[in-house]
Design a protein around this ligand. Structure first.
Ligand code: GDP
Ligand code: MG
Length: 163
């Protein structure tokens, strides 16, 4: 049985980069009609010996009358509800931002397991941000570089500990 993993967090932290790294193949949800919001992307993936069903969130091309934050909130809630595990991504170079705190609050309200990822942590660049991320109250952050594939062993260990 694959673990259903929802990749959540504010824009630009590297969620889709991580999705692409984990996804072996993408599942069809593509709706190419212009103006159709593609809030979520699905894929099957694998890390070590763990099969993953991935949900990537975001894609806010289409601005509606709802505020961006409200849309992110709704999308995140929906992804978490569907998932077994929420993979919450922050940008370790930027540290914890007020918007990250909003996501953390949503996640703390659910009883889904959360794996906190401090991304963009290649080299030593993420150390301060990862330390800050401890303060979110969501456990020990996994320092990762989705772009460079660093920290994948630690991510595996965090997921294996939940399985
Ligand atoms: P999303 O909006 O959360 O899905 O973020 P994206 O995956 O689209 O990535 C946003 C930007 O961060 C892109 O320019 C990526 O190349 C960059 N990025 C993603 N992962 C890493 C990483 O591990 N290290 C660095 N330095 N940049 C990254
Ligand atoms: Mg994205």
């Amino acid at each position: 049985m694959p673990i259903k993993l929802a990749i959540v967090g504010r824009p630009n932290v590297g969620k889709s980069t991580l999705f692409n790294r984990l996804a072996g193949r993408k599942l069809a949800i593509v709706d190419d009609r212009p103006g159709v919001t593609r809030d979520r992307r699905f894929g099957m993936g694998r890390i070590g010996d763990i099969d993953l069903e991935l949900i990537d969130t975001a894609g806010f091309e289409d601005v509606t009358d709802e505020s961006l934050e409200a849309r992110m909130r709704a999308q995140t809630e929906r992804a978490i509800a569907e998932a077994d595990v929420a993979l919450f991504v922050i940008d370790a170079r930027e540290g914890v931002t007020p918007l990250d705190e909003v996501f953390a609050e949503i996640l703390r309200k659910h009883d889904k397991p959360v794996v906190l990822v401090a991304n963009k942590a290649e080299g030593k660049a993420g150390e301060a941000g990862a330390l800050e991320a401890f303060g979110l109250g969501l456990g020990e952050p996994v320092e990762l570089s989705a772009e460079h594939g660093e920290g994948m062993g630690e991510l595996y260990a965090a997921l294996a500990a939940l399985a």
